[in-house]
Design a protein around this ligand. Structure first.
Ligand SMILES: [Zn+2]
Length: 216
């Protein structure tokens, strides 16, 4: 076994001790990790906005895509998926998640004022509307009335379509996550405001109400 003699001995010019070498290596590794972290956290043109909005650390999902959660304070508001579909450019997709959906009866009916407006509208219609809006059967004045938003399906579809365009504006760098989330939320809130306005509502018979899952 050959013994390696260092070319430069302790005390000579240019000598670095083992301790110094380790510390140089460690600081190099630390720098590399910081660079990697910065690289990991740079997702195309996506910008977060104010400090309440942040992007979590990436995790790899079973489809080998990088998945980042988006947080607003401690609430998860969406996720970013970065997939490398065998192309040089990574494909970035963003999804916002919001609880409650649009015109969620159970969610909105909690509002006491809305409950009152709802009851008033039912009573009003009981006096003026004779037949079920859907099937035309006579409405019983004794049974529990069922109020139906007959344009809600179209409204919901239109708004969801509009809201679905927002993430693209964030991915392209036109909006920050903060601005995008606000825009997305406003669009969906517009649906709730419409629902709570009780515009385009009519009574339906019990069997039509059941068929349309009105109270869910
Ligand atoms: Zn009916």
């Amino acid at each position: 076994m050959a013994i390696k003699t260092p070319k430069i001995l302790p005390g000579e010019k240019g000598y670095t001790s083992k301790k110094e070498k380790t510390s140089t290596r460690k600081s190099g590794e630390k720098k590399a990790r910081a660079v990697q972290r910065k690289k990991d956290m740079t997702i195309g043109k996506i910008k977060t906005g104010s400090k309440g909005y942040r992007i979590g650390k990436p995790a790899t999902n079973p489809r080998k895509e990088k998945r980042y959660l988006i947080w607003r304070y401690s609430r998860r508001i969406g996720e970013i998926i970065v997939s490398n579909k065998n192309t040089p450019e990574e494909e970035i997709s963003l999804k916002f998640n919001r609880l409650g959906g649009i015109g969620n009866f159970k969610h909105l009916i909690q509002d006491a004022d809305f409950q009152l407006q709802w009851a008033i509208r039912e009573q009003e219609l009981l006096m003026t509307q004779e037949k079920c809006y859907v099937c035309g059967k006579k409405i019983s004045k004794a049974a529990k009335p069922n109020l139906y938003h007959y344009k809600m399906f179209k409204k919901r579809t239109d708004l969801l379509e509009k809201a679905a365009n927002v993430p693209e504006e964030v991915v392209s760098g036109k909006l920050t996550i903060e601005e995008g989330w606000e825009k997305f939320n406003n669009i969906l809130e517009e649906g709730n405001r419409y629902y709570m306005s009780l515009k385009d509502t009519a009574l339906v018979c019990a069997s039509c109400a059941k068929q349309k899952n009105l109270n869910e």
